[in-house]
Design a protein around this ligand. Sequence first.
Ligand code: PMP
Length: 378
Amino acid sequence: MTGLQELLREDLRGSTPYGAPQLEVPVRLNTNESSYPVPPEVVAEITSAVAAVAPDLNRYPDREFTALRTELAAYLTRTTGTAVDPAQVWAGNGSNEVLQHVVLAFGGPGRTALGFTPAYSMHPIISRSVGTTWVDGLRGQGSTQAFDLTAESAVEQVRAHDPHLVFLCSPNNPTGTALGLDVVERVYDAAERAVVVVDEAYAEFARPGTPSALGLLEGRPRLVVTRTMSKAFAFAGGRLGYLAADPAFVDALRLVRLPYHLSSPTQAVALAALHHADTMLATVEAIKHERDRMVDGLAALGLEPVPSDANFVLFGGLADARATWQALLDRGVLVRDVGIPHYLRVTAGTPAETDAFLAAMAQVAGQDGFGTDDGSTR
Ligand code: PMP
């Protein structure tokens, strides 16, 4: 009898699925969710929005999610100062799904996608899952900062690989720092035959003066900016991600989406949350404050936090990152081992969570220390 391994596509054999641990611990700071629950007034509107669509669940939802696209375009226009038309907007069940739509339409067998590692781990997983060849580009070239991506280095790598898709992530997960728009512009010009994706999942947390790539969309039909309601919007469980691009680009995505991919409850719930955008986003400033407190606290412990424009902090200087991860978990604090030797990533949440994280770190430092980082990962 043929085993499943032999039936599985050759290129998937031996791969590991995406899987951040979902553990029941007091302090969960490992998946960059918001630690703040949905406020009661929004819960009330969400509940009545679901009740309102329930009788019509015998019918398929609006395949074009017109009302939702209109509200998402208005949200982007209002918060970024770049006028975005509903025809430029596309959405899916999380930005992972909109990224998958982009790769389905523009990647695939015989095509290449380039990203700059370390970056969001789903970019290669989604690319490979539809048969796209993934190229791991490098960060830290031509810079004293290990995780910087300079325009020169990005352009050089684009020229060397001539990809069909380029992934830029700004602010970058897991390193936290946003890209200058010069990198996006120069990559776009160099990648003459490529779709250029700027993943802005964490844009709302960026430090002042960090512009969005949305302002570059005009006149760049191959550029796409992806966003999500999972992070700043505190809506990870609602599963709503979206993108903005040229209307013709959005049309291409209609070729690969499954019909009615956004259920009517998903559309209704997301619309209700968007009606309360200010309330849903009210914790962003507080989270940025906690992020900065983590950066200061980690530096005070002699560690090396990377400058962050996101709701998380990557920090280095750990002799054995896995041992520190476990020591924190033993103290009820779950952070993320992103697989970069000597580094861990921690999500910024409530003041109490920052206190618990920094107290646990101080305990670990006092007990075993973090060892010395010999800098060999640089
Ligand atoms: N992009 C980046 C950079 C992310 O970190 C994440 C989630 N961790 C996503 C996209 C996907 O998020 P979602 O599917 O919840 O929108």
